[in-house]
Write a protein that binds this ligand. Structure first.
Ligand code: PLP
Length: 414
């Protein structure tokens, strides 16, 4: 695609953008009286204007009904987790394979408890050396709880010398070479630091063939790129909803468990009453018998207010459509990449191939990185800084414009 480095051209792209009206559905923050260009949708997505009404509905039902709201509310709280079919659609799952609950790291702990087995020789967990710290904390502490030594278990994937991202062929080769020793492969769908999107289908296939359980942390992937978790045969996946999914700080987490495991009631798990069958839950049996599907991993009753925010946001995603969003996203990010060509102060470490990235570009700063980052803020451009020297920017298709991208590049290039 041939782009032009020209404000009029950027404005023209905005005019032609069939998704442009969605921006009006979001509150755009101000900085010193100016509406910002917001590039942190990968960290905390902006607030959809309708969120308020979804929360008000629950406040109203609580106010008017008290405990009766569990069954009588407009959206009965007892059944609240059933209202998230669109979350399953978004990740390419069957309805029963997805449940919204807890938050990401907590869900990772629950998945490790169910899916990690130390089988002597087969005991390794493959992770990226640059995995999000919380994932390491969860895995390390889980292993320690089980009297296992993390340094003996975790097998880290590192980029080749002088490279910032992992090559699919190298990931596959490592899995292949260690095929008899790997118990689990646990990777981020999109790496939070580099913005690299992994070939989830190919890696899952190879890892499963090697006999490993495959889990994906989709914090930076959901709402960013289309997914087909069921067809790809992913065993489990976890995600948060406050990043690309715009569902508010501390928003409810997501869980995918493939139906093959969801139907296996013998899988060990960390139980709680919300994981039991609904029909018999209030018989108050001591014995824990989980229900089938991802819902059988629920521990506590649903955090309705957080889930209301998520519902508001999912309704927007459902209407806009992930495929259309992805098409615009490829163009927006491609435009930013085009405008930064020749910039001497930053180098893009995110892969060039659009199939190996989502919205985000990670800009490695060469000198005075922090000053450059501060200059963005002074110009009402919100990005984020990741130590030691990276500025992350994520133009998102729901509320970013080609003009936003133009402004960002203008400041970076000046
Ligand atoms: C943001 C992020 C998390 C956050 O975990 P929480 O439990 O939601 O606080 C975890 N993993 C990755 C890869 C992330 O990007």
């Amino acid at each position: 695609m041939e782009f032009q480095n020209d404000l009029k051209y950027a404005q023209q792209l905005d005019k032609e953008d069939t998704l442009r009206e969605y921006r009006k559905q979001f509150f755009i923050p101000d900085y010193q009286g100016n509406s910002v260009s917001y590039f942190c949708g990968n960290s905390l997505g902006l607030q959809p204007k309708v969120v308020k009404f979804y929360i008000e509905q629950e406040l109203l039902d609580w106010k008017n009904m008290g405990v009766e709201g569990h069954l009588e509310a407009k959206n009965p709280w007892f059944s609240y987790h059933h209202f998230f079919e669109s979350a399953a659609t978004l990740v390419g799952a069957q309805k029963e394979e997805v449940v919204m609950m807890n938050s990401l790291t907590m869900n990772l702990h629950l998945m490790l408890a169910s899916f990690y087995k130390n089988r002597g020789k087969r005991r390794k967990i493959v992770m990226e050396s640059s995995a999000f710290p919380s994932d390491f904390h969860a895995v390390q502490s889980f292993l320690q709880l089980n009297n296992l030594d993390p340094t003996d278990i975790i097998l880290e994937l590192t980029p080749r010398n002088g490279e910032h991202t992992l090559r699919t062929e190298d990931i596959i080769a490592t899995i292949d070479e260690n095929r008899l020793e790997i118990a689990m492969v646990l990777l981020g769908g999109v790496n939070y630091y580099t913005g690299q999107l992994f070939d989830i289908a190919a890696i899952t296939k190879v890892a499963k063939k090697a006999g490993a359980v495959v889990g994906w942390d989709l914090a930076h992937t959901v709402g960013n790129v289309p997914l087909q978790l069921h067809d790809w045969g992913v065993d489990f996946a976890i995600w948060c909803t406050y990043k690309y999914l715009n569902s508010g700080p501390g928003g409810v987490g997501g869980l995918f468990v493939h139906e093959e495991h969801g139907n296996n009631l013998d899988l060990p798990r960390m139980g709680g009453w919300w994981g039991t069958e609904e029909a018999t839950r209030f018989q108050m049996n001591k014995h824990f018998k989980p229900q089938t599907g991802a819902a059988g991993w629920q521990v506590s009753n649903a955090p309705v207010f957080a889930m209301a925010m998520h519902k508001a946001s999912l309704d927007i995603f459902e209407e806009a459509g992930m495929v259309k969003l992805r098409n615009k996203s490829i163009k927006l990010t491609g435009y930013l990449e085009f405008l930064l060509k020749g910039n001497k102060d930053v180098a893009i470490i995110t892969p060039k191939n659009p199939e190996e990235r989502g919205c985000q570009l990670s800009l490695l700063t060469k000198k005075e990185g922090k000053a450059l980052f501060n200059k963005l803020k002074e110009n009402a451009i919100i990005a984020d800084w990741r130590e030691p020297n990276v500025i992350r920017v994520a133009p998102v298709p729901l509320y970013n414009t080609f003009t936003d991208v133009y402004r960002l590049a203008e400041v970076l290039n000046s």
